[in-house]
Design a protein around this ligand. Sequence first.
Ligand code: NZQ
Ligand code: ZN
Length: 387
Amino acid sequence: MQNFTFDNKTKIIFGKDKEQVVGEESVVYGKKLLLHYGGGSIKESGLYDTVLNSLKEQNIEVYELGGVKPNPRVSLVREGVTLCKENNIDFILAVGGGSVIDSAKAIAAGAKYDGDVWDFFTGKGAVTECLPIGVVLTIPAAGSESSAGTVITNEDGDYKRATGSLLMRPQFAILNPVLTYTLPSYQTACGVTDMMAHILERYFTNEKNVELTDRLCEATLKTIINNAHTVIEEPTNYDARAEIMWAGTIAHNDLLDTGRIGDWASHDIEHEISGIYDIAHGAGLAIIFPAWMKYVYKHDINRFVQFANRVWDVEIDLNNPEKTALAGIKKLEQFFSSIGMPVSLKEVDINDEHFTEMAKKATERWPLGNFVKLHADDVEKIYQLAR
Ligand code: NZQ
Ligand code: ZN
């Protein structure tokens, strides 16, 4: 096991009606607040009114910036940075999903920086200061509510890039499973896929003695698998929604990282797809992850056998471990299909036109992954496998 420091400051406030305490949780950080949200789902559900009332009860002065799109754009982030600087905003409240939270994180860092916020995503600038952020989560998926990262798309060049800093980790995150009842089944499935991918990125490691985190990963994956069909078939099933919501946070709050080094190539390979084609991140991962597995499984067949056996209950064939490993990959692919996710680029009308360009862009800063290092030609082969 590797040495590690586990430092996750995000206070999780979980359960029914918990969004009503957002005012008292926010006021601790100041009286001038930027309320950041997406395309309107929070207004339709009534959450917007609940949040505003709670903030007003604490006499908080509220500035607003809505309109965050899935795959959030740097142009809106820049608008938010200007708004924060001009009005001396103390605190940013993100009400929504990963896209809103990521946009809020970038604004929070940009508000304390003299240069252009995109510098954080190219490596030109580092986050040294950041406004505090709070979250009311409406979709369990990205895990951004307690992660230290943000992913933003620059329309100029279709670059989708991630950056991270412990300073960007939200102060609190309110998770009420009832708020997820209104999610369309496709978004629910994208979220399920993304949280599974966050665990798999960590699971496929070269670290040998990590039994506890292996088993935590497997338990979290099994919980998601056990509840996924229920949340899609019965969107108002509180217990299943609660399991999925908590799993989404656990999948990405760095606990499952402890003592090991994760891979993350599949995320980078996917970001090129959603950067150019603007598809949902979870859908892109359902296509890329099985393809990545097929490309790298021979690197450590035993780990893939363990995955097949412990997560999917595939019986181990001692005479043919490769068969067991491949059966596990097949099970994952079938599961994604069963929840309505695409598992090939063809299914989302993406052809090979940009494969070479995407592979080059994905690897232009460094080779991808840690389990197996991937260069541009490897990444292109993975896009081919995903066709
Ligand atoms: O914009 P609104 O109207 O709110 O609609 C959203 C959006 O269209 C809708 N939605 C959210 N909650 C809803 C709802 N509709 C009905 N009822 C509700 N309760 O769902 C759509 C998708 O929202 P989005 O925020 O884009 O989803 P998600 O949470 O999956 O976030 C995806 C983004 O997170 C990034 C991804 O790359 C992607 O850009 N990620 C961020 C990470 C991080 N910061 O740690 C890690 C992840 O790997 C991921 O890369
Ligand atoms: Zn993800």
